[in-house]
Design a protein around this ligand. Structure first.
Ligand code: RIB
Ligand code: CA
Length: 289
């Protein structure tokens, strides 16, 4: 069976880094490109973070530096919400990542089997506005219950609600992994220690970064890794079909809504087998499965 070709649109971000490490450790997946978008931190910071992580994982695919600000509202970052500067504590790479121009980014985003969007949705909305449609989107974002950027909104959607509105209304096949299940994914200390002692680069990188989870604008939970895990091990998740919409103005802007409908265009993951997910992740990152 050929590998699933994916483009990662992200805002590294400690949990974005864990997601990329898991993807790079998984032969079922082929990462064909990475694009950055400002959400966790300003675009220069998240792009420099992406280069550091790509260097540690010996990634050979190209990097596209995407949107520095949202479509319509004033830019707002995790660093504004949680404090810190969002810089990942990693050395700069020996060689910078190969940069791709916008035309190449568009080509790879449209050609991928799935675009994994784990930052704000600005880059994805720009593609759609210009007539370029990814085949499928796997998105970490939204909260059907309490948010994390505000009581009503999850950070990736809050960072650019107008972009989310365009993406949700696009008719593109979407799987959404919301905060409601990802907020429980806080890696146990013994797993972090096991990863840090591994000879495998993806595991060692995760073991080195995880002690910083929950500090310097990095979330405590590894939210984004759930998107990659859902591609690898779909049976670990429960899901519902329906229709997603988003509030784009007022004090609850960025709030996501989900109307259940068996014929709906969207799939929302509703539960995760957390312990099994961590066991799979640990073995995969360490090259043991
Ligand atoms: O709410 C969690 C999301 O916001 C994750 O993608 C994390 O990286 C931050 O971007
Ligand atoms: Ca992210």
């Amino acid at each position: 069976m050929s590998a699933i070709r994916l483009l990662l649109d992200c805002d590294p971000g400690l949990d974005d880094a864990i997601a990329l490490a898991l993807a790079m450790a998984s032969p079922e997946l082929e990462v064909t490109g990475l694009s950055t978008v400002a959400a966790n931190a300003p675009i220069d910071t998240v792009t420099a973070n992406a280069e550091k992580v790509m260097g540690r994982l010996a990634c050979r695919f190209p990097l596209f530096q995407g949107a520095a600000k949202p479509l319509a509202i004033t830019v707002r970052h995790s660093t504004d919400v949680w404090g810190g500067d969002g810089i990942l504590p990693l050395a700069a790479p020996q060689r910078p990542a190969h940069r791709m121009a916008r035309e190449e980014f568009i080509r790879r985003a449209v050609d991928a089997d799935v675009v994994c969007a784990i930052g704000s949705l600005t880059n994805i909305a720009e593609l759609i506005k210009n007539g370029h449609r990814p085949r499928r989107l796997a998105i970490m974002g939204g909260a059907l219950g309490r948010g994390n950027a505000t009581p009503h909104a999850e950070l990736n959607i809050w960072a650019d609600p107008q972009a989310a509105e365009i993406v949700f209304a696009s008719g593109i096949d979407i799987t959404l992994i919301p905060l409601d299940i990802t907020r429980t994914l806080i890696v146990p200390a013994d797993m972090t220690r096991h990863l840090a002692q591994s000879a495998a680069a993806p595991a060692r990188l995760c073991g080195e970064l995880l002690p910083y989870a929950g500090s310097n604008a990095h979330p405590a939970a590894i939210h984004d890794a759930a998107v990659i895990a859902a591609l690898l091990w779909p049976d670990l998740f429960a899901r519902r079909r329906g229709t997603l919409t988003v509030t784009t103005s007022g004090g609850e802007d960025g709030r996501t809504h989900f109307a259940g409908d068996a014929e709906g265009p969207h799939e929302v993951l509703t539960e995760v087998a957390r312990d099994a997910l961590f066991a799979h992740m640990q073995r995969r990152l360490c090259g043991e499965m």
